[in-house]
Write a new protein. Structure first.
Length: 59
């Protein structure tokens, strides 16, 4: 997701709807357009922290 895509009003609305459905959304910040992506900046620790309570609830 780049910053130009994230600036579209549909992006914020989509995040709102997803959160309302219970989808876990991290704090990933979009990269500059044509900057080659941002996979190397993905916060895996945050993703695991978001999932931990759900995993624990199933145990």
């Amino acid at each position: 997701m780049n910053s130009a895509q994230a600036a579209h009003p549909a992006y914020a609305e989509s995040l709102r709807k997803l959160r309302a459905m219970g989808v876990l959304i991290g704090s990933y910040e979009p990269h500059r357009p044509k900057a080659g992506g941002g996979a190397d900046r993905f916060h895996w620790e945050e993703a695991l922290d978001l999932l931990a309570p759900r995993v624990a609830a199933r145990a």
